[in-house]
Ligand binder design. Structure first.
Ligand code: UGA
Length: 447
C-alpha cells in the first residue's frame, strides 16, 4: 500500500489495523523503527506518510470513506478442526468482510490481497451481498469483489512492487477491474497487467508459490544426490538453468525453504485437491513439503554425525536465523527446526543474525536464552559465534558471511573444527586454508 501511495500521490491510502501498538510503530517518526525490516521501505514511507499515506486504528471510518478496500490480513494454517494442519484459517478474512459490510458507504470495490484458498471471493461476496440486502434503505450501497494477489518476495519487496513481472487482477465486474488497473497503470506497463476470472486469479497465486517451492525441493533433492555421487549441485544448477525452458532462478540448494507462504500455500493446494477427490495430485504437491522437512533434518543429522556422533555440550556457532537474507522474518525459517534438533541433542548454540531479535528466537525455539547443555544465546559478531565452537553452521545467506576473515575465526574455534555451509555462501577455499573442515550443501567429493 505504501508503494501505491508513493506512485499515486493523488490517491489517499489509509492503512488500518485494530492493533494500536503496530499502528503507532508505523507512525513512529524514527523510520528505522518501522515494524517490518525491508530494504527501501523506510524511504517509501518517509516520502508518502502524512501526504497521502496514513496509518490509523479508525477502521470503520476509513472503510466508510473508501472507494476501494484491500483485505490484507493473516490467513494462517488451521491448527484445529476440519482441515487442521492444511486448510487456511479464514476467520480474519471473514471478520474483515463483515466489518466492510457494516461500515462501507456507496459503491465499494473490495480487493482480496491476502493469499486465499480458491473460491474465498465467494465467501466475501456472500457476506457483502447479504449486507446489501439488509440495508436496502441505504440507497446506492453495493460491492464488487476483486482478487489481486501479491507476488512480492521479502527482502526485494520494494523492487518487486515497483517493477513487477506482472500484476494479476481477477474479477467479474469490468468497471471494478478498470478502476484497479488504472491505479497500477501509474507505474506498471499495461501489458504486464493480466486480468482473469476470480478463481483463476486465486489459484494462480497458490500455484505460483507451489511451483517455486517445488523447484527448491527438487534442487535440494538433487543436492543430496550430488553429495552422494561426487557431483556438484552448483554446476548442475548452472547446466540445467541454462536451458531457457528451465531458467536459472530458484535453483539454489539450501537448508530448505522457509517464509510465511510456501508451505502454507502448498498445504492449501493439497487440501483443495483432496476436497475435490484429486488424491494423486494432492500427494504430488505434499511431497514438496515432505522433502523440505527432510532436508532440514538431514542437515541437523549431518552436523551431529560429522562431530563424532554427538553435539552434547559442544558449542556451535549458527550464522543466520532469518528464513532468507535481508529480512528479520523468521516464519518457518529452516533455522528453527535445525536449531531445535541440535538443542535436543545437547548442543550449545551461539546464534548470530544481524536483524532477528533475541525475543523472536526465544519464541521460535520455545526456549529462553540461557547457559549449559541444550541452550542458546544470541551473539553480535562472528567472532563470538566462533568462540570455543567445534563448528559454524551457516543457515542464512547474509552478505557478511561471505566476507569472514577465516584465519582469525578459525583460531577462535576448538580443533578439529568444521564449517557447515548450508547456503554455499562462505569462502570455502579460505576456510579450508585456515584449517577448517568444510561441508558445503550439494558438493560431493569428486574422487
Ligand atoms: C515467496 C515468493 O517468491 C513470492 O513471489 C510470493 O509473493 C511470496 O512468497 C508470498 O507468497 O508472499 P518469499 O517467501 O518472501 O517470497 O521469499 P523467496 O525469495 O521466495 O524465498 C522463500 C524461501 O526459499 C527462502 O527460505 C529462501 O531462502 C528459499 N530459496 C529461494 C532457496 O532455498 N533457494 C532458492 O533458489 C530460492
Amino acid at each position: 500500500m505504501a508503494v501505491i501511495a508513493d506512485r499515486c500521490p493523488q490517491v489517499q491510502v489509509t492503512v488500518v489495523d485494530l492493533n494500536a501498538e503496530r499502528i503507532a510503530a508505523w507512525n513512529d517518526p524514527d523510520l528505522t523503527l518501522l515494524p517490518v525490516y525491508e530494504p527501501g521501505l523506510d524511504a517509501v514511507v518517509g516520502r508518502a506518510r502524512g501526504r497521502n499515506l496514513h496509518f490509523s486504528t479508525a477502521v470503520e471510518e476509513a472503510i466508510a470513506a473508501a472507494d476501494m478496500v484491500f483485505i490484507s490480513v493473516n490467513t494462517p494454517t488451521k491448527t484445529r478442526g476440519i482441515g487442521a494442519g492444511q486448510a487456511s484459517d479464514l476467520k480474519w478474512v471473514e471478520a474483515s468482510a463483515r466489518t466492510v459490510a457494516k461500515a462501507a458507504r456507496g459503491h465499494t470495490i473490495v480487493v482480496e490481497k491476502s493469499t486465499l484458498p480458491v473460491r474465498t471471493a465467494a465467501v466475501i461476496e456472500n457476506i457483502l451481498t447479504s449486507s446489501e440486502r439488509a440495508t436496502e434503505s441505504q440507497p446506492g450501497r453495493s460491492f464488487s469483489v476483486l482478487s489481486n494477489p501479491e507476488f512480492l518476495a521479502e527482502g526485494t519487496a520494494i523492487a518487486d512492487l515497483e517493477s513487477p513481472d506482472r500484476v494479476l487482477i481477477g474479477g467479474q465486474d469490468p468497471e471494478a477491474i478498470e478502476a484497479l488497473e488504472a491505479i497500477y497503470r501509474h507505474w506498471v506497463p499495461a501489458e504486464r497487467i493480466l486480468t482473469t476470472n476470480l478463481w483463476s486469479s486465486e489459484l494462480s497465486k497458490l500455484t505460483a508459490n507451489a511451483f517455486l517451492a517445488q523447484r527448491i525441493s527438487s534442487i535440494n533433492g538433487v543436492a543430496a544426490i550430488c553429495e552422494a555421487t561426487g557431483a556438484d549441485v552448483r554446476q548442475v544448477s548452472q547446466a540445467i538453468g541454462a536451458d531457457s525452458r528451465i531458467g536459472p532462478k530458484f535453483l539454489q540448494a539450501g537448508p530448505g525453504f522457509g517464509g510465511s507462504c510456501f508451505q502454507k500455500d502448498i498445504l492449501n493446494l493439497v487440501y483443495l485437491c483432496r476436497h475435490y477427490g484429486l488424491e494423486e495430485v494432492a500427494a504430488y504437491w505434499e511431497q514438496v513439503v515432505t522433502l523440505n522437512h527432510w532436508q532440514q533434518q538431514r542437515i541437523a543429522r549431518l552436523v551431529i554425525t560429522k562431530l563424532f556422533g554427538t553435539v552434547s555440550g559442544k558449542r556451535i556457532g549458527v550464522l543466520g536465523f532469518a528464513f532468507k537474507a535481508d529480512t528479520n522474518d523468521t516464519r518457518e525459517s529452516p533455522a528453527i527446526r535445525i536449531c531445535i534438533d541440535l538443542l535436543e541433542e545437547g548442543a550449545i548454540l551461539q546464534i548470530l543474525d544481524p536483524k532477528v531479535s533475541e525475543q523472536q528466537i526465544a519464541q521460535d525455539l520455545g526456549l529462553p536464552s540461557s547457559h549449559g547443555e541444550g541452550s542458546w544465546k544470541l551473539v553480535t559478531d562472528v567472532h563470538q559465534a566462533a568462540s570455543g565452537a567445534d563448528a559454524l553452521l551457516l543457515l542464512t545467506e547474509w552478505q557478511q558471511f561471505s566476507e569472514i576473515d577465516w584465519p582469525t575465526v578459525a583460531a577462535l574455534m576448538r580443533q578439529p573444527a568444521w564449517l557447515f555451509d548450508a547456503r554455499a555462501k562462505a569462502d570455502a577455499t579460505a576456510a579450508k586454508a585456515a584449517g577448517l573442515q568444510v561441508w558445503t550443501v550439494g558438493e560431493g567429493s569428486p574422487v
